[in-house]
Write a protein that binds this ligand. Structure first.
Ligand SMILES: Nc1nc2c(ncn2[C@@H]2O[C@H](COP(=O)(O)OP(=O)(O)OP(=O)(O)O)[C@@H](O)[C@H]2O)c(=O)[nH]1
Ligand SMILES: [Mg+2]
Length: 341
Protein backbone atom coordinates (compact mmCIF):
# COMPACT_ATOMS: atom_id res chain seq x y z
CA UNK A 1 0.00 0.00 0.00
CA UNK A 2 1.35 3.42 -0.92
CA UNK A 3 -1.28 5.34 0.87
CA UNK A 4 -4.48 4.50 2.55
CA UNK A 5 -8.04 5.53 1.86
CA UNK A 6 -9.57 7.49 4.64
CA UNK A 7 -13.27 6.72 4.72
CA UNK A 8 -14.97 10.00 4.23
CA UNK A 9 -18.42 10.90 5.44
CA UNK A 10 -20.44 11.03 2.22
CA UNK A 11 -20.64 14.60 1.01
CA UNK A 12 -23.57 15.65 -1.16
CA UNK A 13 -22.64 14.54 -4.65
CA UNK A 14 -22.52 17.04 -7.46
CA UNK A 15 -25.96 17.00 -9.05
CA UNK A 16 -25.88 14.39 -11.77
CA UNK A 17 -28.40 13.81 -14.50
CA UNK A 18 -30.68 10.86 -13.80
CA UNK A 19 -29.28 8.69 -16.55
CA UNK A 20 -25.76 8.85 -15.15
CA UNK A 21 -26.59 8.56 -11.46
CA UNK A 22 -25.87 5.12 -10.07
CA UNK A 23 -28.71 3.48 -8.15
CA UNK A 24 -28.31 4.34 -4.45
CA UNK A 25 -27.86 0.71 -3.45
CA UNK A 26 -25.00 0.28 -5.90
CA UNK A 27 -23.29 3.56 -5.06
CA UNK A 28 -19.99 2.93 -3.28
CA UNK A 29 -19.22 5.08 -0.31
CA UNK A 30 -16.96 7.92 -1.43
CA UNK A 31 -13.42 7.46 -0.33
CA UNK A 32 -10.59 9.92 -0.25
CA UNK A 33 -6.93 9.53 -1.03
CA UNK A 34 -5.50 11.25 2.02
CA UNK A 35 -2.08 11.66 3.56
CA UNK A 36 -0.99 8.91 5.88
CA UNK A 37 -0.85 10.08 9.51
CA UNK A 38 2.37 9.76 11.51
CA UNK A 39 4.09 7.39 11.89
CA UNK A 40 4.33 7.14 8.13
CA UNK A 41 3.89 3.72 6.62
CA UNK A 42 7.10 2.27 5.17
CA UNK A 43 6.40 3.04 1.47
CA UNK A 44 5.48 6.61 2.31
CA UNK A 45 8.66 6.93 4.35
CA UNK A 46 10.71 5.82 1.33
CA UNK A 47 8.88 8.38 -0.80
CA UNK A 48 9.43 11.08 1.81
CA UNK A 49 13.15 10.30 1.92
CA UNK A 50 13.33 10.79 -1.86
CA UNK A 51 11.42 14.05 -1.57
CA UNK A 52 13.75 15.32 1.15
CA UNK A 53 16.81 14.31 -0.86
CA UNK A 54 15.41 16.15 -3.90
CA UNK A 55 14.75 19.31 -1.92
CA UNK A 56 18.00 19.17 0.04
CA UNK A 57 19.68 21.95 -1.89
CA UNK A 58 16.77 24.29 -1.25
CA UNK A 59 16.73 23.26 2.41
CA UNK A 60 20.40 23.93 2.95
CA UNK A 61 20.10 27.27 1.11
CA UNK A 62 17.41 28.36 3.54
CA UNK A 63 19.07 26.77 6.58
CA UNK A 64 22.23 28.90 6.28
CA UNK A 65 20.07 31.96 6.88
CA UNK A 66 19.49 30.81 10.45
CA UNK A 67 23.08 30.02 11.41
CA UNK A 68 23.85 33.52 12.72
CA UNK A 69 23.43 34.79 16.25
CA UNK A 70 20.90 37.56 15.72
CA UNK A 71 17.45 38.05 14.29
CA UNK A 72 18.01 41.24 12.34
CA UNK A 73 17.33 42.88 8.98
CA UNK A 74 20.24 40.98 7.46
CA UNK A 75 18.59 37.68 8.38
CA UNK A 76 15.31 38.69 6.75
CA UNK A 77 17.14 39.96 3.65
CA UNK A 78 19.02 36.70 3.30
CA UNK A 79 15.81 34.78 3.78
CA UNK A 80 14.12 36.84 1.10
CA UNK A 81 16.87 35.92 -1.37
CA UNK A 82 16.75 32.25 -0.36
CA UNK A 83 12.98 32.06 -0.85
CA UNK A 84 13.20 33.77 -4.23
CA UNK A 85 15.98 31.36 -5.23
CA UNK A 86 13.71 28.50 -4.20
CA UNK A 87 11.11 29.64 -6.79
CA UNK A 88 8.62 30.92 -4.20
CA UNK A 89 8.02 34.07 -6.26
CA UNK A 90 7.76 37.67 -5.06
CA UNK A 91 4.21 37.54 -3.71
CA UNK A 92 4.60 34.41 -1.60
CA UNK A 93 8.02 35.58 -0.40
CA UNK A 94 6.61 38.93 0.74
CA UNK A 95 3.72 37.16 2.43
CA UNK A 96 5.99 34.67 4.20
CA UNK A 97 8.37 37.37 5.45
CA UNK A 98 5.49 39.42 6.87
CA UNK A 99 3.92 36.38 8.48
CA UNK A 100 7.26 35.25 9.90
CA UNK A 101 8.03 38.65 11.43
CA UNK A 102 4.64 38.56 13.14
CA UNK A 103 5.32 35.07 14.48
CA UNK A 104 8.78 36.05 15.72
CA UNK A 105 7.30 39.06 17.53
CA UNK A 106 4.54 36.98 19.10
CA UNK A 107 6.90 34.25 20.26
CA UNK A 108 9.39 36.82 21.61
CA UNK A 109 12.21 34.52 20.52
CA UNK A 110 15.75 35.88 20.13
CA UNK A 111 17.21 32.65 18.76
CA UNK A 112 17.67 32.51 14.96
CA UNK A 113 17.41 28.69 15.06
CA UNK A 114 13.89 28.98 16.47
CA UNK A 115 12.92 31.20 13.54
CA UNK A 116 13.42 28.27 11.21
CA UNK A 117 10.69 26.39 13.06
CA UNK A 118 8.42 29.42 12.80
CA UNK A 119 9.13 29.60 9.07
CA UNK A 120 8.09 25.96 8.74
CA UNK A 121 4.80 26.89 10.46
CA UNK A 122 4.30 29.85 8.13
CA UNK A 123 4.96 27.71 5.03
CA UNK A 124 2.69 24.92 6.30
CA UNK A 125 -0.13 27.44 6.84
CA UNK A 126 0.42 28.96 3.41
CA UNK A 127 0.32 25.52 1.75
CA UNK A 128 -2.60 24.18 3.81
CA UNK A 129 -5.32 25.24 1.31
CA UNK A 130 -3.58 23.08 -1.34
CA UNK A 131 -4.04 19.92 0.73
CA UNK A 132 -7.21 18.24 -0.43
CA UNK A 133 -7.86 14.55 -0.99
CA UNK A 134 -8.89 13.18 -4.35
CA UNK A 135 -12.31 11.67 -3.75
CA UNK A 136 -13.36 8.59 -5.67
CA UNK A 137 -16.78 6.99 -5.54
CA UNK A 138 -19.21 9.87 -5.76
CA UNK A 139 -19.55 9.10 -9.45
CA UNK A 140 -19.25 5.85 -11.30
CA UNK A 141 -16.99 6.06 -13.09
CA UNK A 142 -15.05 9.01 -11.72
CA UNK A 143 -13.62 10.46 -14.92
CA UNK A 144 -10.20 12.06 -14.50
CA UNK A 145 -8.70 14.02 -17.38
CA UNK A 146 -4.95 14.62 -17.23
CA UNK A 147 -3.26 17.49 -19.06
CA UNK A 148 0.07 19.30 -19.10
CA UNK A 149 3.01 20.46 -21.16
CA UNK A 150 5.23 18.00 -23.05
CA UNK A 151 7.20 15.66 -20.87
CA UNK A 152 5.76 16.92 -17.57
CA UNK A 153 5.14 13.34 -16.44
CA UNK A 154 1.47 12.83 -17.33
CA UNK A 155 1.67 9.24 -18.56
CA UNK A 156 4.03 8.16 -15.78
CA UNK A 157 1.81 9.79 -13.16
CA UNK A 158 -1.24 8.03 -14.61
CA UNK A 159 0.63 4.73 -14.29
CA UNK A 160 1.50 5.44 -10.68
CA UNK A 161 -1.97 6.76 -9.88
CA UNK A 162 -3.51 3.61 -11.32
CA UNK A 163 -1.54 1.60 -8.78
CA UNK A 164 -2.74 3.90 -5.98
CA UNK A 165 -6.33 3.46 -7.04
CA UNK A 166 -6.03 -0.29 -7.58
CA UNK A 167 -4.47 -0.64 -4.12
CA UNK A 168 -7.57 0.92 -2.66
CA UNK A 169 -9.77 -1.53 -4.53
CA UNK A 170 -10.91 0.79 -7.32
CA UNK A 171 -11.18 -0.64 -10.83
CA UNK A 172 -9.49 1.55 -13.42
CA UNK A 173 -9.82 1.99 -17.18
CA UNK A 174 -7.18 3.94 -19.09
CA UNK A 175 -7.88 6.06 -22.14
CA UNK A 176 -5.00 6.65 -24.56
CA UNK A 177 -6.14 10.04 -25.78
CA UNK A 178 -2.59 10.98 -26.77
CA UNK A 179 -3.10 9.78 -30.32
CA UNK A 180 -0.33 11.83 -31.90
CA UNK A 181 2.38 9.26 -31.44
CA UNK A 182 2.13 5.48 -31.53
CA UNK A 183 4.82 5.48 -28.85
CA UNK A 184 2.52 7.37 -26.51
CA UNK A 185 -0.13 4.64 -26.79
CA UNK A 186 2.48 1.97 -26.26
CA UNK A 187 3.85 3.76 -23.22
CA UNK A 188 0.42 3.88 -21.62
CA UNK A 189 -0.20 0.25 -22.59
CA UNK A 190 2.94 -0.74 -20.66
CA UNK A 191 1.53 0.94 -17.55
CA UNK A 192 -1.81 -0.78 -18.18
CA UNK A 193 0.00 -4.15 -18.31
CA UNK A 194 2.00 -3.41 -15.18
CA UNK A 195 -1.21 -2.64 -13.33
CA UNK A 196 -3.28 -5.28 -15.18
CA UNK A 197 -5.97 -2.81 -16.14
CA UNK A 198 -7.76 -2.30 -19.44
CA UNK A 199 -6.89 0.41 -21.91
CA UNK A 200 -8.96 1.99 -24.65
CA UNK A 201 -6.92 2.98 -27.69
CA UNK A 202 -7.67 3.80 -31.30
CA UNK A 203 -4.96 3.76 -33.88
CA UNK A 204 -4.76 7.15 -35.54
CA UNK A 205 -7.96 8.07 -33.78
CA UNK A 206 -9.18 11.42 -32.62
CA UNK A 207 -8.36 12.17 -28.95
CA UNK A 208 -11.91 13.29 -28.18
CA UNK A 209 -13.36 10.15 -29.80
CA UNK A 210 -11.06 7.88 -27.78
CA UNK A 211 -12.07 9.71 -24.62
CA UNK A 212 -15.74 9.36 -25.49
CA UNK A 213 -15.30 5.62 -26.10
CA UNK A 214 -13.44 5.19 -22.83
CA UNK A 215 -16.05 6.94 -20.72
CA UNK A 216 -18.82 4.99 -22.44
CA UNK A 217 -16.91 1.73 -21.87
CA UNK A 218 -16.21 2.72 -18.26
CA UNK A 219 -19.92 3.20 -17.67
CA UNK A 220 -20.91 0.00 -19.44
CA UNK A 221 -18.28 -2.07 -17.62
CA UNK A 222 -18.99 -0.51 -14.23
CA UNK A 223 -15.44 0.78 -13.69
CA UNK A 224 -14.76 3.05 -10.72
CA UNK A 225 -12.29 5.35 -12.48
CA UNK A 226 -11.50 6.33 -16.07
CA UNK A 227 -8.13 8.05 -16.47
CA UNK A 228 -7.70 10.01 -19.69
CA UNK A 229 -4.09 10.57 -20.83
CA UNK A 230 -3.70 13.50 -23.20
CA UNK A 231 -0.81 14.64 -25.38
CA UNK A 232 1.56 17.28 -24.05
CA UNK A 233 1.06 20.84 -25.25
CA UNK A 234 2.10 24.38 -24.48
CA UNK A 235 -0.58 26.83 -23.39
CA UNK A 236 0.57 29.08 -26.24
CA UNK A 237 -0.43 26.44 -28.82
CA UNK A 238 -3.96 27.71 -29.07
CA UNK A 239 -5.28 25.04 -31.45
CA UNK A 240 -3.99 22.33 -29.11
CA UNK A 241 -5.58 24.04 -26.12
CA UNK A 242 -8.83 24.11 -28.09
CA UNK A 243 -8.41 20.38 -28.68
CA UNK A 244 -8.27 19.87 -24.90
CA UNK A 245 -11.48 21.83 -24.49
CA UNK A 246 -13.02 19.61 -27.15
CA UNK A 247 -11.96 16.47 -25.28
CA UNK A 248 -13.63 17.88 -22.18
CA UNK A 249 -16.84 18.72 -24.06
CA UNK A 250 -17.02 15.32 -25.71
CA UNK A 251 -16.39 13.51 -22.40
CA UNK A 252 -19.34 15.49 -21.07
CA UNK A 253 -21.46 14.11 -23.90
CA UNK A 254 -20.65 10.57 -22.77
CA UNK A 255 -21.41 11.45 -19.14
CA UNK A 256 -23.04 14.78 -18.35
CA UNK A 257 -21.36 15.04 -14.94
CA UNK A 258 -17.88 14.27 -16.31
CA UNK A 259 -15.02 14.99 -16.26
CA UNK A 260 -15.12 14.96 -12.47
CA UNK A 261 -11.49 15.90 -12.14
CA UNK A 262 -9.23 17.82 -14.49
CA UNK A 263 -5.63 17.44 -13.38
CA UNK A 264 -2.62 19.42 -14.51
CA UNK A 265 0.69 17.62 -14.24
CA UNK A 266 3.60 19.97 -13.59
CA UNK A 267 7.30 19.21 -13.80
CA UNK A 268 8.68 20.48 -10.48
CA UNK A 269 11.74 21.78 -12.31
CA UNK A 270 9.74 24.35 -14.26
CA UNK A 271 10.24 27.08 -11.65
CA UNK A 272 8.07 30.15 -11.88
CA UNK A 273 6.78 29.03 -15.26
CA UNK A 274 4.73 26.45 -13.35
CA UNK A 275 2.50 29.22 -12.05
CA UNK A 276 1.87 30.43 -15.59
CA UNK A 277 0.98 26.88 -16.63
CA UNK A 278 -1.53 26.60 -13.78
CA UNK A 279 -3.15 29.88 -14.78
CA UNK A 280 -3.30 29.07 -18.50
CA UNK A 281 -4.58 25.50 -18.18
CA UNK A 282 -7.07 26.58 -15.53
CA UNK A 283 -8.44 29.23 -17.83
CA UNK A 284 -8.90 26.68 -20.61
CA UNK A 285 -10.12 23.72 -18.55
CA UNK A 286 -11.07 24.80 -15.02
CA UNK A 287 -8.58 22.63 -13.18
CA UNK A 288 -9.60 20.68 -10.09
CA UNK A 289 -6.16 19.49 -9.04
CA UNK A 290 -2.43 19.33 -9.64
CA UNK A 291 0.21 16.61 -9.68
CA UNK A 292 3.75 17.90 -9.15
CA UNK A 293 6.39 15.54 -10.52
CA UNK A 294 10.17 15.16 -10.49
CA UNK A 295 10.64 16.58 -7.01
CA UNK A 296 13.33 13.91 -6.60
CA UNK A 297 15.70 15.78 -8.91
CA UNK A 298 16.97 19.31 -8.93
CA UNK A 299 13.59 20.92 -8.37
CA UNK A 300 13.47 23.65 -5.77
CA UNK A 301 9.95 23.08 -4.46
CA UNK A 302 9.22 26.68 -3.53
CA UNK A 303 6.88 27.03 -6.49
CA UNK A 304 4.14 25.42 -4.39
CA UNK A 305 4.26 28.56 -2.24
CA UNK A 306 3.76 30.70 -5.34
CA UNK A 307 0.84 28.50 -6.45
CA UNK A 308 -0.71 28.65 -2.97
CA UNK A 309 -0.46 32.44 -2.93
CA UNK A 310 -1.46 33.24 -6.49
CA UNK A 311 -3.52 30.39 -7.94
CA UNK A 312 -4.42 27.91 -5.24
CA UNK A 313 -5.41 24.72 -7.05
CA UNK A 314 -5.26 21.62 -4.80
CA UNK A 315 -2.13 19.48 -5.06
CA UNK A 316 -3.36 15.91 -5.04
CA UNK A 317 -0.07 14.11 -5.56
CA UNK A 318 3.69 14.54 -5.54
CA UNK A 319 5.88 12.38 -7.77
CA UNK A 320 9.47 11.60 -6.83
CA UNK A 321 10.55 9.10 -9.47
CA UNK A 322 9.60 6.76 -12.27
CA UNK A 323 8.57 3.71 -10.26
CA UNK A 324 5.07 2.66 -9.27
CA UNK A 325 5.64 3.55 -5.64
CA UNK A 326 7.02 7.02 -6.36
CA UNK A 327 3.73 8.88 -6.05
CA UNK A 328 2.13 9.94 -2.79
CA UNK A 329 -0.50 12.34 -1.54
CA UNK A 330 0.47 15.88 -0.61
CA UNK A 331 0.59 16.94 3.02
CA UNK A 332 1.25 20.64 3.65
CA UNK A 333 3.10 20.33 6.97
CA UNK A 334 5.18 17.38 5.81
CA UNK A 335 6.11 19.26 2.64
CA UNK A 336 7.03 22.42 4.58
CA UNK A 337 9.30 20.35 6.77
CA UNK A 338 10.83 18.55 3.78
CA UNK A 339 11.48 21.92 2.17
CA UNK A 340 13.47 23.09 5.19
CA UNK A 341 15.18 19.82 6.07
N1 LIG B 1 12.84 11.63 -11.87
C1 LIG B 1 11.57 11.61 -12.24
N2 LIG B 1 11.25 11.39 -13.51
C2 LIG B 1 9.95 11.38 -13.86
C3 LIG B 1 8.91 11.60 -12.92
N3 LIG B 1 7.73 11.54 -13.59
C4 LIG B 1 8.03 11.29 -14.87
N4 LIG B 1 9.35 11.21 -15.06
C5 LIG B 1 10.09 10.98 -16.31
O1 LIG B 1 9.86 12.08 -17.16
C6 LIG B 1 9.83 11.68 -18.52
C7 LIG B 1 8.52 12.11 -19.18
O2 LIG B 1 7.47 11.42 -18.54
P1 LIG B 1 6.10 11.10 -19.27
O3 LIG B 1 5.22 10.47 -18.28
O4 LIG B 1 6.32 10.42 -20.55
O5 LIG B 1 5.62 12.59 -19.55
P2 LIG B 1 4.35 13.05 -20.37
O6 LIG B 1 3.88 14.31 -19.73
O7 LIG B 1 3.37 11.96 -20.51
O8 LIG B 1 5.02 13.39 -21.77
P3 LIG B 1 4.29 13.65 -23.18
O9 LIG B 1 3.15 12.71 -23.27
O10 LIG B 1 5.36 13.42 -24.20
O11 LIG B 1 3.88 15.09 -23.15
C8 LIG B 1 10.00 10.17 -18.50
O12 LIG B 1 11.34 9.87 -18.72
C9 LIG B 1 9.59 9.78 -17.08
O13 LIG B 1 10.17 8.60 -16.66
C10 LIG B 1 9.29 11.84 -11.56
O14 LIG B 1 8.47 12.07 -10.65
N5 LIG B 1 10.63 11.84 -11.28
MG1 LIG C 1 2.52 11.14 -22.18
Amino acid sequence: MFSFFRKKAPTPPTPALPEVAAPPSAAPEPVALAPTPAPAAAPRQGWLDKLKAGLRKTGSGIATVFTGTQIDDALYEELESALLMADAGVKATTHLLGDLKRRVKESKTTDPAAVKGLLADAIADLLAPLQKPLVIGEHKPTVIMVAGVNGAGKTTSIGKLTRHLADSGASVLLAAADTFRAAAREQLAVWADRNTVEIITQQGGDPAAVSFDAVTAGKARGRDVVLVDTAGRLPTQLHLMEELRKIKRVVQKADASAPHEVLLVIDGNTGQNALMQVKAFDEALQLTGLVITKLDGTAKGGVLCAIAREKPVPVYFIGVGEKLEDLETFDAREFAQALLS
